[in-house]
Design a protein around this ligand. Structure first.
Ligand SMILES: [Zn+2]
Length: 320
């Protein structure tokens, strides 16, 4: 029997999302809520199951499969997860547990790889032969889709562009290295850079923010309002991203790059310096004029991408 729709679940450090997605990418039902700060693995699983069941009831469509995107690291393809931002799960058999609880065959992959596949199939990456999908959010990550298929690497971890080093001796990344794109441009890195600058006595409207208010979103807002420190940090983030992208473009020869994630809401404040730096750094005939586009699927991208993981029946070249 041909499955009529698939259930997509997107599990991030700050948000859980689930939805029922038609084989043509239309979202039939969608729900999102903050990720609970559960200390207990079963409690967190129960929250995911409850959200998934809610969207399933709302769509009232028969389901053929389940796709799950989850923050890494993950063990692929078996689907055990140890998300850096969800300490309740360590080597947790998420794929198997959700398959059992929801009664559906399940595919699990890294959330940013799922995003890349979703954009390749249904969003701004449609028609690309070699797509790099990149997210600048809590973390910086990426996924590579070649001829409609995700490139996995040996262990399923291909695409971790956030840990490409943009500058020797740069700021410390949460992975332990220095100068990674994450340290400049992520939702963790940007505020850390701001705190450091303020600690050195930089004058900025950011200094007046309440405790806990110094977020990437606040930095983007301050940059938009003309704050010089916020503007400088955002330009430095954009330049770091461009340096990483230039190297990856030389390696992969992508015909398109799709950029998504909360920090890309900065729009021209991020994209203008990024494109300018790319023009300086990407000088090969095949990396010049890189086709760089904002993501098209918006808040539903993670769920559509997760669903795309589970659509191989209708899309014979889909992942796995
Ligand atoms: Zn790193």
């Amino acid at each position: 029997m041909t499955p009529e729709a698939v259930l997509g679940i997107d599990i991030g450090g700050t948000k859980l999302a689930a939805g029922v997605v038609a084989p043509d990418g239309r979202v039939l039902s969608f729900a999102r809520e903050p990720t609970p700060h559960a200390a207990d693995a079963e409690e967190l699983l129960a929250a995911v199951v409850a959200l998934a069941e809610r969207t399933r009831r709302e769509s009232a469509r028969p389901l053929g499969a389940l796709g799950i995107g989850c923050g890494g690291p993950i063990a692929f393809p078996e689907g055990r997860v140890s998300p850096m931002h969800l300490p309740a799960w360590r080597a947790f058999p998420l794929r198997a547990r959700l398959a059992e609880r929801l009664g559906l065959p399940a595919t699990l992959d890294n959330d940013v790889k799922a995003f890349a596949l979703g954009e390749a199939r249904f969003g701004a990456g449609r028609g690309a032969r070699c797509l790099l999908g990149m997210v600048v959010s809590t973390g910086v990550g990426g996924g590579i889709v070649v001829d409609g298929r995700l490139y996995h690497g040996a262990g399923g971890n291909a695409g971790h562009i956030g840990h490409i080093v943009a500058a020797r001796g740069g700021p410390r990344c949460f992975c332990g290295a220095r100068g990674c794109l994450n340290a400049y441009a992520s939702g963790r890195g940007l505020p850390a850079r701001a705190r450091e600058a303020l600690g050195r006595g930089a004058t900025s409207s950011l200094a007046a923010l309440p405790a806990g208010g110094l977020t990437a979103r606040a930095i983007v807002a301050a940059a938009a309002a003309g704050d010089p420190l916020a503007g400088r940090l955002l330009r430095e983030a954009a330049r770091a991203l461009a340096r990483g992208l230039a190297g990856v473009a030389a390696l992969l020869d992508p015909d398109r790059v799709v950029l998504g994630g909360g920090i890309t809401q900065a729009g021209p404040l991020l994209f203008d310096p990024l494109r300018a730096e790319l023009r300086r750094r990407a000088r090969l005939a095949f990396t010049r004029d890189l086709d760089l586009r904002p993501a098209a699927l918006g808040a539903e991208a993670g769920v559509v991408g997760a669903a795309a993981l589970a659509l191989p029946a209708l899309m014979p070249v889909a992942s796995r």
